[in-house]
Design a protein around this ligand. Structure first.
Ligand code: AGP
Length: 612
């Protein structure tokens, strides 16, 4: 999720671009850049780091012009550095372009462009766009943009300027947001969202997918890729800055919970090849075949990422028949154990900076082991030090409590499981295909759960005053019980514990009384252990426990046994963690709000624990 800004009008563009980039920094900021057109000259400045670094450098290298574009980057392809920062250019550095999104077919486009003599400097997917537009340019910039975008697969929000047509700012969107601020006729500010615009105007036009806008000092034209003219109405922005950054949600955590249909889609994008009955994990390359041959996997992680790793253990063992151990980073790093080169080691981390996970990674490398990353933050320390890895593509996670990164981690682990199972031939192709189809449906099923958020909100109102909770699950849902308990603990400060449901009789059941609500994950009725979960519910009921069950749609039997039921859609058992966790995230969020807690910045916690 990057930040895009552009300006055309009578004013000096730099102050407007910088103000916009500062407003957009919450969208990601590993590197920034600007490019301006002055008469028919293109100038630019890019740097790794935050907008402040760019402002410093602009004091030395003053850029002039009243037409320009800018970008704050959240890397998806290519390390965060000056070369990979946007704007990206054509060979002649006469066309500058900034982009938010992922070009899925950039590898094939780059190969084709190289065959046509284009020279590339960066590792980004974005760089294919200015070269492609230039390849088609024969005197009409808009036509060249339309022809180029017809070849692009994936998501984009782009803004571009060209020194050979120095009176135009062109923007286009497909899958990534773009807003046009109408300051006056012939004066426009474009941005990824209105936070960068409302200091100058609240009159905006939201571009829709497949639309291109040509902005000049004489006016504006909006057309489709096929050059059909479109009339769009001007809207008035009613939100303040903070509300816009949160897309109108009261907290980043709730925004990120509701982002999950999109972020899971992004984690699957270009990787779940249902037609080919295969999985593509480009970041692992040839390592995938080698990992498929190992005898054992060890996963090291912390907190929510450790819970995701635990789901991975069940996935790897049940479906790929691959023995797996999951270690807390803080414990593994001090273990007196030799690193086994025949083992595939994985580290999982949203931030890519967690000290205990990083030290575990370094222990493995010191022991000459191969360690693979499942990381969200591109270019983070952990990502850079792993042998190879898979990025989540979940975008920046601002809320301290991990939500979308957990479901993206589990999504990547599910993809990896299917890739390994295919290579190890542990499941028939027909089963592989049905598991892939089930995975493909997850984003829309998550969306259907989120539509019922008001039911969870009502549950939260009813149970927000209790001071102890138990969370129970079995199999794939034992890690989800742990994750649900952690969510509640960390943002509402309620004591909550997760257990394998069968563990109740080994002690915890002595805690059960009317003051101890128990959340039970009782989905996947076809699973052999479902009846065992029902037995556990009966045991709790017999001791006056209050039971909140997460159950599969259509399961009427369970309503007679429990106090509350929240239904989720039916899916293949191995994917239930991706659906069951959603109501638990919402329950912890709404209870914390009811208790007046600081949801995005809970006491004593940091988003990334870089200390030991
Ligand atoms: C989970 O909600 C917490 N934010 C915390 O447990 C977190 O998962 C843990 O600190 C690991 O962080 P990482 O994924 O960035 O390594």
């Amino acid at each position: 999720m990057c930040g895009i800004i552009g300006y055309i009008g009578p004013k000096n563009a730099i102050p407007i671009l910088l103000n916009g980039l500062n407003r957009l920094e919450y969208r990601g900021y590993d590197s920034v850049g600007v490019s301006l057109i002055n008469q028919d000259e293109l100038s630019y400045l890019k740097t790794k780091g935050r907008v402040a670094a760019l402002e410093e450098q602009l004091k030395e290298k003053r850029l002039q012009g009243n037409l320009g574009i800018g970008h704050s980057r959240w890397a998806t392809h290519g390390q965060p550095n000056e070369i990979n920062a946007h704007p990206q250019f054509d060979c002649q550095k006469e066309l500058a372009l900034v982009h938010n999104g992922i070009i899925e077919n950039y590898t094939s486009l780059k190969k084709w462009l190289k065959q046509h003599g284009h020279r590339f400097c960066s590792d980004t997917d974005t760089e294919v766009l200015p070269h492609l537009i230039r390849e088609y340019y024969q005197g009409d910039l808009l036509l060249a943009v339309q022809q180029a975008l017809h070849l692009v697969e994936g998501a984009y929000g782009i803004a571009l300027v060209f020194s050979k047509e120095p009176d135009k700012l062109i923007v286009a969107r497909y899958g990534s947001p773009l807003v046009i601020g109408v300051v006056a006729r012939g004066e426009y500010i474009v941005a990824s969202d209105p936070t960068a615009i409302i200091d100058y105007t609240k009159q905006v036009i939201y571009l829709d997918d497949g639309e291109i806008a040509v902005l000049t000092r004489q006016g504006m034209k909006i057309v489709t890729l096929d050059n059909v003219r479109i009339d769009k109405k001007i809207q008035v922005v009613k939100w303040n800055l903070e509300e816009i950054a949160k897309s109108g949600f009261p907290h980043f955590m709730l925004k990120e919970i509701f982002e999950q249909p999109k972020t899971i889609t992004n984690s699957l994008r270009g990787r779940l090849l249902v037609k080919e009955k295969d999985i593509s994990l480009g970041g692992l390359g040839d390592w995938l075949d080698r990992i498929a041959k190992v005898k054992r996997v060890v996963i090291a992680a912390c907190g929510t990422s450790w819970h995701a790793g635990l789901v991975g253990e069940y996935l790897f063992e049940n479906i790929a028949n691959l023995p797996t151990e999951v270690e807390y980073g803080s414990e593994f790093r001090y273990k007196q154990i030799s690193i086994d080169p025949s083992v595939a080691y994985f580290v999982i981390s949203q931030s890519g900076e967690t000290a205990d996970t990083l030290q575990s990674l370094r222990k493995i490398k010191q022991g000459k082991g191969n360690v693979f990353g499942i990381v969200n933050t591109v270019g983070s320390t952990i990502a850079r030090e792993t042998t190879a890895g898979v990025y989540l593509h979940a975008g920046p996670e601002i809320g301290v409590a991990s939500t979308k990164s957990f479901t993206s981690q589990v999504t990547v682990l599910a993809l990896l499981t299917l890739a390994l199972a295919r290579r190890r031939k542990t499941i028939p192709l027909k089963e592989l295909e049905s598991r892939m189809i089930a995975l493909q449906k997850i984003p829309q099923q998550v969306a259907s759960i989120l539509k019922q958020h008001k039911k969870i909100k009502a549950l939260a109102k009813k149970y927000c005053r209790y001071n102890n909770f138990l969370y129970l699950g079995r199999g794939y849902n034992f890690p989800v019980a742990l994750e649900g308990a952690l969510k509640l603990k960390e943002i509402s400060y309620i004591h909550a514990e997760g257990y394998p449901a069968a563990e109740m009789k080994h002690g915890p059941i002595s805690l059960i009384d009317r003051q101890m609500p128990v959340v039970v994950l009782a989905t996947d009725t076809e699973d052999v252990i479902y009846q065992k979960v029902i037995n556990n519910i009966e045991e709790i009921k017999a001791r006056q426990g209050r039971i909140i069950a997460i159950a599969t749609e259509g399961n009427k039997q369970i309503t007679k046994l429990v106090d509350e039921v929240f239904y989720i859609p039916k899916t293949n058992g191995y994917l239930t963690p991706l659906l069951n966790v959603i109501p638990l995230q919402l329950l912890s969020y709404y209870i914390a709000v009811q208790r007046g807690c600081d949801v995005d910045k809970p006491r004593n916690l940091a988003k990334s624990v870089t200390v030991e």
